[in-house]
Ligand binder design. Sequence first.
Ligand code: SAM
Length: 271
Amino acid sequence: MSIPDLPPPLKRLGQNFLIDPNIVRKIVALAELSPSDHVLEIGPGRGVLTEMLSHAAGHVTAIELDPRLHAYLETRQAEFPNVELICDDALAYPVERLPLGTVVVANLPYYISTPLLFRLLDQRGRFPRMVLMLQNEVADRLVAQPGGLDYGVLSVMAQYAADITKSFRVSAQCFRPRPDVGSAVVLLRTNEDRRLGLQEEVAFRALVKAAFAHRRKTIVNSLRDEGYSQEHIVKALTQLGLSQTARAETFFLDYFIELSRLISVESKGAG
Ligand code: SAM
């Protein structure tokens, strides 16, 4: 088989390839892999991270959307026989088929990093930890604490599902082509125990979204404008000893969880 030339990068697929082996080593070290580990890599691209993962782990599932890169990687399959190459959209791929305990390690395509992250966090029982390269701004939002502009739905929902550390920043010089935005690597250790039941989680997610829907308004007004009963919100806030004039961006994760529980109980009582 003849080896295809490296295809030129496609900006629309977020193709900014790592060229700095030190960064690749740091990412793999952060994942603390052992030869018994199964790894999911999203977007193997030209295989620079894939190759190192194949040495550190027992098995790697690598999902690449671009058929040109998939074909290129197939020509290199002999170099990493424990890598299963899959040509698919990671947003559509049934990740629930991967074994329990799979570690996710990826330099994500930034244009879909948030939906991918939510998809992975939804299946967090399967993924004990994830080491992800993201746009720096997204990394900041993931670790943001109440009180700042970065704090929002992404922060609350991700911190509900995982303990998150922003591990290190990565300069644009470490990629070809260089991205227009800053990058950072985050480590997510997912929470094993679910603090809310599955149904309750649906209500919690809806509440958090509604609370931040009108950031300049108080949480009472934002929730009311999104269809929640003002009476129930005020009652729940009072029970929790929280101010009615506070905005969602000042609310800790635990407040949202308790508020969601109380409002669900109130609504059921009313219905
Ligand atoms: N892992 C390589 C590296 O570090 O050099 C490439 C990372 S690059 C930032 C993102 C990769 O994700 C590209 O190879 C791109 O083609 C791939 N990709 C983009 N959208 C995808 C999707 N929906 N599913 C799977 N892979 C995707």
